[in-house]
Design a protein around this ligand. Sequence first.
Ligand SMILES: Cc1cc2nc3c(=O)[nH]c(=O)nc-3n(C[C@H](O)[C@H](O)[C@H](O)COP(=O)(O)OP(=O)(O)OC[C@H]3O[C@@H](n4cnc5c(N)ncnc54)[C@H](O)[C@@H]3O)c2cc1C
Length: 340
Amino acid sequence: MADATGILVIGERPENGGRQGITLELLGAARRLAAETGDAVDVLLLGASIPDAEANGLIAYGASRIHALAHPLLGEYNPDIFTTTVTEAVRRINPSIVLFGRTEMGQDVAPAMAFRLKTGVAMDCLDLKVDSASKRLVMVRPVYGGNARANYMVAQGRMPQVASVRPKTQDPAEPVAGYSGEVIRPQLDLDASVARTHQVSYQAWEAAEGVSLASAEIVVSGGRGIGSAEAYKEVIDGGAAILGGASGASKAACDAGFAPPGNQVGLTGQRVSPKLYIAVAMSGASQHLAGMGTAKNIVAINRDPDANIFKVSRFGVVGDYKQVMPAFLAKCRELLSQGE
Ligand SMILES: Cc1cc2nc3c(=O)[nH]c(=O)nc-3n(C[C@H](O)[C@H](O)[C@H](O)COP(=O)(O)OP(=O)(O)OC[C@H]3O[C@@H](n4cnc5c(N)ncnc54)[C@H](O)[C@@H]3O)c2cc1C
């Protein structure tokens, strides 16, 4: 794709299964990159219908053009239909950078689109930078189960540069006073026969009533050292309820039946980046850190002073959780009741 220019954010809309909040997070990242590259930032929205108010609303967050692509086949998420649509839209818009969320949609569509456009993609990026010499995109992603981070660039001559970005790793865009932009409503002929798969049923993880783990600002998480499902319910679910957060768990705690499988955080579980992650009675295995190492503040409670979790914690308490947690939660309850 010659003469590619601009940064395109692939927006998501909860109406068709998209993740709440990711569009503004990607816009925040795109604007920080644009401050260095001088590019304009566009957003692509897909849906059966996209209200003017929704499209116009994004302009206030610093987007120059909103491509609001509406079609009856885009009302529900389908990987083949979305891949075809996004690929064609990207061909027409011809951006030099395309940003997806590392979401259900992003995981399907980003690599398939990159393949169709014969370009490269880096998935699950934690950070995006601009190489000062070449002005090309540098994509930072975890490797070796989260034990290291590697920088990637799309090969010279390949366009666009495609990244999927882990939710909650980017500060969302803030409104920009007096920003002006335009809403474009492109037309696209879509054929239902491109869909090679159909969703036949859907089963939500039996888990988390209340705040969802993926979007929680606070996660209280229990490991094998919790010891029983009853203790998990009391200390982890109870703690999450007091703090208005979600319950997480290590794989060992899930495998032992202390916590539901949907609560697993880590390499083979959910990836979370909350403001506060309270790790209770877990050792801090690298596969667990791969799912929560980007949390802004990690607090660990473990009776082993040499536990690996303390290496990544901002605050650590060496002690038995059965003594530490009740006192800690009682103090939280007291402070919250005073509105602090
Ligand atoms: C391919 C692969 C993928 C994996 N994916 C994941 C994943 O997604 N998520 C994940 O979590 N793991 C994953 N694992 C497993 C991982 O390697 C660890 O085995 C697991 O994370 C350990 O869980 P844990 O810390 O709860 O248990 P342990 O390592 O057994 O740690 C328990 C901790 O509790 C402490 N403790 C015990 N009693 C108390 C007490 N009363 N008070 C305070 N502290 C106490 C102990 O000191 C110890 O540090 C994966 C492994 C493999 C091989």
